[in-house]
Design a protein around this ligand. Structure first.
Ligand SMILES: C[S@@+](CC[C@H](N)C(=O)[O-])C[C@H]1O[C@@H](n2cnc3c(N)ncnc32)[C@H](O)[C@@H]1O
Ligand code: SF4
Length: 383
């Protein structure tokens, strides 16, 4: 994840470069259930409204939680499918909170209503992320459900009314790029705490429909617009936060943007971005799927590192006998093609290996989602 607002703040009020804090354990995104009331066009988990067999029992989930805690994991993001369809979601969430985890809920928002909002608020989630992939018509088409937009927006409003920190998550594709400015406007009007722009990753239905991915020029325009909007809100002292995901070239593109806007802060920004280091799949991000399989991130469901029912997460995660994990944990990563030759590897970390793998079968090939030009990444003078 790229914390855009944090880096924009560094351009306005630079803070000293301190040694990077060591992450005790990865952020674990946990798909507790694969069932979902929607069948979105891009869904990496290929979820649908059906019962998926062999999912972890609640008792097994508790046992894994104990292992995660002992291993040093601090952050759990409870996801799905639709996690609110899990019969024990509140029991699991309360236990996670009581154990001291930072607990996020990742929901499509359509099932949040007057009947369950008190129970949701009672968990005291640290953050609730709700997906909105466009304005009404676009969102309903994208999420293949009429009325989904209204329900999700209602879910966002209810969360806000109950004092829950809430974020709007938007996955950018050709289907919704036109709505993007309106989404930022909606965020501002509704006083939503956070905006998460997610680039399309090539997994599940998102891989099947990867022809719908935006072309690089569209991504660049969207990012320019996002940077300008986030800066404007920051300068107006608005507390809203902007983050992006699934394209670590965003950090490099911000550096290029700042070269024009804040030329005297470039060295400082560069040092901060290098400290971030870009993609952290397999290092600071982990995924456990509904069956207990462990993956380097949520988009690697076609590649399993082991199953928590057979081997504890705390043993699976550090094991670098797996070639993908060995490469992901290596710095610099064993990148090839234009990623291997890029001058900005130290900022982006080689971006999204899933897209490279889906297109070429090679974990370390160039990421086709990198929207920086050859001139930008090979021209040493720009550094
Ligand atoms: C799988 S969903 C599960 C939680 C919930 N059902 C929802 O839709 O928010 C988690 C997040 O992943 C995003 N997502 C799904 N497939 C994706 C893909 N192929 N590329 C990027 N983001 C994706 C969704 O839009 C959503 O924000
Ligand atoms: S993206 Fe979320 S809401 Fe859409 S089908 Fe997948 S799990 Fe369900």
């Amino acid at each position: 994840m790229f914390r855009l607002s944090q880096y924009l703040k560094e351009l306005i009020n630079p803070t000293p470069l301190k040694p990077a804090p060591q992450m005790p354990g990865p952020v674990v995104i946990w798909n507790l259930i694969r069932r979902c009331n929607l069948t979105c066009k891009h869904c990496y988990s290929i979820s649908a409204d059906t019962d998926f067999k062999g999912e972890l029992s609640t008792q097994a989930i508790f046992k894994v939680m104990d292992d995660l805690k002992a291993f040093g994991v601090k952050v759990l993001i409870l996801s799905g499918g639709e996690p609110l369809l899990h019969p024990d979601i509140f029991e699991i969430s309360h236990r996670a909170k009581a154990m001291g985890f930072y607990v996020g809920l990742s929901s499509n928002g359509t099932l949040i209503d007057e009947n369950n909002i008190a129970a949701i608020a009672a968990v005291n989630y640290d953050y609730v992320g709700i997906s909105l992939d466009g304005m009404q018509k676009t969102h309903d088409r994208f999420r293949r459900c009429q009325g989904a937009f209204d329900k999700s927006l209602q879910g966002i409003r209810l969360c806000r009314e109950h004092g829950i920190k809430v974020g709007l998550r938007f996955t950018l594709t050709q289907d919704n790029v036109r709505d993007f400015p309106l989404m930022l406007q909606l965020m501002s009007e509704e006083n939503i705490d956070k905006f998460y722009l997610s680039h399309l990753n090539y997994a599940g239905r998102g891989n099947k429909n990867r022809q719908d991915d935006v072309v690089h020029q569209m991504t660049r325009q969207a990012m320019d617009f996002l940077f300008e909007t986030a800066l404007e809100m920051l300068l107006k002292d608005k507390p809203q936060e902007f983050v992006t995901g699934n394209n670590d070239a965003d950090g490099v593109y911000l550096l290029f943007w700042a070269q024009q806007r804040f030329p005297d802060k470039i060295e400082h920004l560069r040092a901060k971005l290098v400290q971030w280091g870009g993609n952290s799949s397999g290092v600071n991000i982990a995924n456990i799927d509904n069956l207990g399989n462990v993956h380097p991130d949520t988009f690697w469901w076609h590649y399993s590192l082991g199953n928590v029912l057979k081997r504890p997460f705390s043993e699976i995660w550090p094991d670098t006998s797996d070639p993908l994990m060995a490469g992901l944990k290596q710095r610099p990563r064993p990148l090839k093609g234009r990623c291997g030759k890029c001058h900005y590897q130290d900022i982006c970390g080689g971006n999204t290996r899933v897209r490279a793998h889906q297109l070429t079968g090679d974990f370390w090939a160039a990421d086709p989602g990198c929207y920086l030009t050859d001139e930008e990444i090979f021209d040493v003078e720009r550094r």
